[in-house]
Design a protein around this ligand. Structure first.
Ligand code: BGC
Length: 717
């Protein structure tokens, strides 16, 4: 080798070596890319290029940003347009819906759930999964409660953080939605939501804040509704002030599909990508005619809009693209329909299905002793995965309750199936179906009725006669299709009747609950939902889910009904119920629910003892013991609520500030420690417009539900 070349080579090697060791400077790479882009190319990136993509810049190696619903599976393919393709290769894992995940009270399971979604999204070449949906469950009637999580902001935050971390661990972005105050579907495209700053900060925003600050969510979807007079997708206060400035959100704000109404408001008020406006242009959409399309180019060229505003949006998109290895990165391919994914779906269902009532320990059933079961109800024999609207999933398979029961019960148990009711428009009780069900119940050792809500009777036309579905709310809380008559008749025919309810939330049970021995809340429990239900019924799985929302007896008991407005007058809806959402209302105003927030039974018994409280500065700790005093292994969720004895502003009787799910063998006991910090004790003082830690005495309440407090103590903060 030429001797002179040696020092040069060494120097080059040294430089390359040091470069390799230095972290990649994303920020200058982004600036570099932006500096090479034409205005047209930048604008292409901030609006849709098909139903679920926004624009690419192929010349610079910038791909399209591809999204998919969400939130409990990767949605069937639309191709580039809006019609679903008939490509069955898109049938994947159908996870239990959001509300069932929340009912597990197990954030680690949230992580596993998110990993399945992230991995399957990646396999299907999606960069963003449009979930989790985390709007607060304010009214039992909201058609999308089944996709959402809870009435409680603390539980929402914990579950959403797990989900998002799981998705994003796969190099796919989560998109937390719908920001903000999208708590009803009726009039979702027109309604203006009005609420106090305190309700906003204490109830409706914490989940989103945790998604940004604790989970580092990459994208957020702005909702359809107006908030304080401005469309949420073009809302200066929500997007610029709170999200981007206060919370320091670095990612991308995506509009809900077809939520944008004005170019300059969207540009100035914090929106980064406009999606779905093509829904107005079908069948031949012209993407350049989006609000954030050609108009932006003319506005910038004429000096009415500064280019830095567009650069900021492009910068954010590129930031997420680099973060998820979409540019210059390598990633694995993801996995699809694996046994492991199906087991996650099963595990979430097993932990999320809630045993509400179990008189005389009628459950679990003993498969060896039982000879026959009447399985009654259309929901027992019906697949749910394609229902509900944009969250539909083409399930790789879906075990119905009937199939699950048959396979766990085995061949020795005779199953007598009866349909019981019809899912059809304005259906009332069908007497001949009821008679058939009664006969089956009389001829069987036990009866299991699987009913409740449905997504609707026509999956292709989800708004028609739908209950748990997008763009519709339920008309009331009454059982549809004559199910009250059915249940009453079956319970009379066979007192050993178990009622299993599907649905995104409470239904009015008052006509039959007192006479009915056992009730199970099954939600929409995913592709393995039927297996999980059957395992619980036969005691192969010990139930451990708890309600993430209160179940009122009647709709008229609900605070949005009593104190607030719902659904509003078509223009405005005032949340006069304020911070008194869910149990915050039922407990403070002494209204007895049918089943309380946090309620859920186990086949085990748990004993709580030895509460010890300590504090240092603004931090505190509650330590206590839980013992499984029964003969079978089980899991208990211990819930910690605080109550401030005296405060300047009124506070609810209870506020959830901690929980822990613990597995215990028979006779085993464990010591649980739940940490509390300043966030646990403060409230939002909307006179001062800031969070306030008001010193005083706090009751610390540890319970098995919000209404079954086992231990309490006081602490001075
Ligand atoms: C829904 C979103 C969904 C989007 C795309 C909208 O109608 O509100 O939740 O992600 O459509 O399908």
């Amino acid at each position: 080798m030429n001797k002179k070349a040696l020092p040069i080579l060494c120097c080059l090697f040294f430089t390359l070596h040091t470069m390799a060791q230095q972290p990649f400077d994303t920020s200058s790479a982004i600036s570099n890319l932006i500096s090479q882009m034409t205005l047209q190319e930048k604008v292409n990136m901030i609006h849709a290029s098909s139903s679920f993509t926004s624009g690419a810049v192929p010349r610079l190696g910038i791909p399209e940003f591809t999204s998919s619903d969400g939130p409990h599976g990767v949605r069937p393919e639309h191709g580039r347009g809006w019609d679903l393709t008939n490509n069955t290769a898109d049938s994947g894992t159908y996870l239990p819906t959001g509300v069932c995940l929340a009912a597990t009270w197990n954030p680690q399971l949230g992580v596993e759930y998110g990993k399945v979604l992230g991995s399957e999204a990646k396999y299907r070449h999606k960069n963003v999964i449009l979930g989790p949906g985390i709007n607060i469950i304010r009214t039992p009637l909201n058609g999308r409660n089944f996709e959402y999580q809870s009435e409680d902001p603390f539980l929402v935050s914990k579950m959403a953080v797990g989900y998002i971390k799981g998705v994003q661990s796969q190099g796919v972005s989560a998109c937390v939605k719908h920001f903000a105050a999208n708590n009803q579907e009726i009039n979702r495209h027109t309604i203006n939501v009005l609420m106090s700053e305190r309700a906003l900060r204490e109830i409706y925003l914490p989940g989103f804040k945790a998604a940004v600050q604790e989970a580092g969510v990459n994208t957020i979807m702005a909702s359809y509704n107006k908030f304080r007079g401005e469309w949420a997708s073009q809302n200066n206060y929500l997007l610029n002030q709170v999200l981007k400035k206060e919370w320091n959100f670095k990612g991308v704000v995506i509009s809900d599909w077809d939520a944008v109404t004005s170019t300059s408001e969207a540009l100035w008020n914090g929106l980064d990508i406009e999606m779905g406006t093509d829904l107005h242009m079908l069948p031949n959409p012209d993407y350049s005619k989006f609000y954030l399309g050609d108009t932006v180019i003319s506005l910038v060229k004429s000096g009415k809009i500064p280019e830095y505003l567009i650069n900021d949006k492009v910068r954010r998109i590129l930031y997420v693209m680099f973060k998820t290895n979409m540019i210059n990165g390598t990633t694995d391919k993801g996995e699809y329909n694996t046994k492991e994914h199906q087991l996650t779906a099963l595990k979430v269902a097993e932990e999320g299905i809630v045993l509400l009532k179990n008189q005389h320990n009628i459950l679990p059933l003993n498969a060896k002793k039982i000879k026959s079961i009447a399985v009654i109800g259309l929901n027992a024999n019906r697949k749910q995965s394609m229902g509900g609207g944009s969250s539909q999933v083409r399930a790789f398979y879906e075990i119905t309750p009937l199939e699950g029961l048959q396979s766990i019960a085995g061949n020795k148990v005779k199953i007598n199936y009866a349909q019981g009711y019809e899912i059809k428009r304005n259906a009332i009780a069908n007497q001949s179906l009821i008679e058939e069900a009664v006969k089956a119940a009389k001829n069987s050792d036990v009866a299991i009725i699987v009913g409740g809500w449905t997504h609707g009777y026509d999956y292709n036309n989800w708004k028609d006669n739908a209950y748990d579905a997008e763009d519709v709310d339920k008309p009331n809380m009454d059982m549809p299709f004559g199910q009250n008559e059915l249940i009453k008749a079956v319970v009379k025919a066979n007192p050993k009747t178990i009622v299993v309810l599907m649905g995104g939330g409470p239904i009015d049970m008052t006509q039959w609950i007192d006479e009915t021995a056992s009730v199970i809340q099954n939600w929409y429990a995913g592709m393995e939902g039927g297996t999980a239900l059957a395992k619980i019924i036969f005691g192969e799985v010990n139930p451990s889910g708890k309600l993430p929302m209160s179940f009122p007896k009647k709709l008229e008991d609900n605070p949005s009904y009593v104190l607030g407005e719902y659904p509003g007058d078509g223009n405005n809806v005032h949340y006069y119920d304020d911070i008194y959402v869910g149990y915050r209302y039922y407990d403070t105003y002494k209204v007895e629910p049918q089943f309380a927030f946090g309620h859920g039974l186990s086949y085990s018994n748990f004993e709580y003892s030895n509460l010890q409280l300590s504090s240092e500065g603004n931090n505190a700790k509650a330590t206590f013991t839980i013992k499984n005093t029964s003969k079978i292994a089980g899991a208990e969720i211990a819930e910690l609520y605080i109550h401030q004895e005296k405060s300047l502003l009124p506070r609810p009787l209870k506020e959830l500030k901690g929980f822990e799910k613990v597995n215990l063998q028979p006779g085993e006991q464990k010591t649980i420690s739940i940490p509390l910090n300043q966030n646990s004790f403060q409230y939002f003082n909307d006179v001062k417009n800031e969070w306030e830690m008001e010193p005083g005495v706090f009751d610390i309440l540890i319970g098995s539900s919000s209404r079954d407090i086992k231990l309490n103590g006081k602490i001075k903060m």
